[in-house]
Write a protein that binds this ligand. Structure first.
Ligand SMILES: C[S@@+](CC[C@H](N)C(=O)[O-])C[C@H]1O[C@@H](n2cnc3c(N)ncnc32)[C@H](O)[C@@H]1O
Length: 273
C-alpha cells in the first residue's frame, strides 16, 4: 500500500480517525515543546492595533486561540482548514475559551483562498506546508493574501531529521523513514524556503531553528509515535513484527528513562515587499 499523509487526505479518513488526529492536535498544543516554539514567534510578531491575522491549515484552532488569549491582541483572526470536522471543533473550542468574538473559522483550501489580495497584516502556516499537495502554490497564496509590509510566518519541521534511537540502527533508520513518509507529503520543504520566499516577493526578515530533543522522558515524540505508527503498519512499509518490536522498545525506553528522539523545526518570518 502507498503511504498517504493523513493530514493531506484528512477528508478521506473515517470520522474516528479524524477525531484521533484532532485529539492529537489538541494534546500537542498542551505540550511544552509546542507552546515554547509557538510563543517564540508570536512574541516577535509586533502586531499593529486591530491586526487582521489569517492562519491557513488551522486545524482545531490552537494557534489562533493562543494569539487571541494575548492581552496585546486587539484584532480579528480567521482560520481556514480543508476539514469540516476540524473547523467544527475549532469553533467549539473557541466558544469554550470565550475567544470566539476574536476568531472566525471556515472551510477552505490553502492553495486558493476565496478572499481579496492584501487582506491581512499577518498570514501564518503552522505545520501545514509539510502536508499540502503543492507547497509553492500555498506559499504564493500566502504572499498574495498578506498586505505589502505585512508578515508571513511559516513554521514546520525538517522531517529528514526526525529520528528515534533503536539498538538495531538499520531497522531504526527504516522506521524513521517510514514514519516520515507516511506522515508528511513534503518532509524536506522547510530547507528550501530561503530560496523560495524571495521568488514570491517575500523578504526574509528573521529565521531560526529549534532542535526538539527528548532524552530520558518522552511526551511530544510519544504521542507522535502513538498517532503515526498505525499508519506505518497500514502502509506496510516495515514488517509488522519488526514494527511492534520497535514500538515496544520505545515504550520500555520511556518507562525506564532511556528514551531518545529528536527533530529539527524551523521558523521563517518574511515581509511582503
Ligand atoms: C498538522 S495539522 C496543523 C493544524 C494547526 N495548524 C496546528 O498547528 O494545530 C495540518 C492541517 O493542515 C490542514 N490542511 C492540509 N492540507 C490543506 C489544504 N490544502 N488546505 C487547507 N488545510 C489543509 C489539515 O486539514 C490539518 O488541519
Amino acid at each position: 500500500m502507498v503511504a498517504r499523509d493523513p493530514h493531506r487526505f484528512v477528508n478521506e479518513l473515517d470520522e474516528p480517525a479524524r477525531e484521533r488526529l484532532a485529539a492529537r492536535l489538541e494534546s500537542r498544543a498542551r505540550d511544552d515543546v509546542f507552546t515554547r516554539l509557538l510563543d517564540k514567534y508570536v512574541a516577535r510578531l509586533a502586531l499593529p492595533p486591530l491586526a487582521r491575522v489569517l492562519e491557513v491549515g488551522c486545524g482545531t484552532g490552537v494557534v489562533l486561540r493562543t494569539l487571541a488569549r494575548r492581552d496585546d491582541f486587539t484584532g480579528q483572526a480567521l482560520g481556514v482548514d480543508q476539514c469540516g470536522s476540524f473547523i467544527d471543533a475549532a469553533n467549539g473550542f473557541a466558544r469554550d475559551e470565550r475567544v470566539d468574538s476574536r476568531i472566525a473559522f471556515r472551510v477552505g483550501d490553502a492553495h486558493g483562498v476565496d478572499l481579496p489580495a492584501a487582506s491581512f497584516d499577518v498570514v501564518i502556516a503552522h505545520t501545514l506546508i509539510s502536508h499540502v499537495t503543492a507547497p509553492l502554490a500555498v506559499l504564493g497564496e500566502m504572499a498574495r493574501l498578506v498586505r505589502p509590509g505585512g508578515t508571513v510566518v511559516v513554521f514546520d519541521g525538517d522531517y529528514a531529521s526526525l529520528t528515534y534511537a533503536y539498538p538495531d540502527h538499520d531497522l531504526g533508520r527504516r522506521v524513521d523513514e517510514a514514519l516520515t513518509n507516511v506522515t508528511f507529503n513534503n518532509p524536506r520543504i522547510m530547507r528550501d524556503l530561503p530560496r523560495i520566499l524571495p521568488e514570491l516577493g517575500l523578504k526574509l526578515a528573521d529565521a531560526w531553528g529549534d532542535a526538539v530533543i527528548e532524552i530520558g522522558h518522552a511526551s511530544y515524540f510519544k504521542s507522535f509515535a502513538e498517532t503515526y505508527v498505525p499508519y506505518v503498519r497500514k502502509a506496510g512499509l516495515v514488517p509488522g513484527d519488526a514494527l511492534e518490536a520497535w514500538h515496544d522498545a520505545q515504550r520500555r525506553a520511556m518507562e525506564n528513562g532511556t528514551f531518545f528522539a529528536a527533530c529539527n523545526y524551523y521558523t521563517y518570518m518574511a515581509r511582503r515587499l
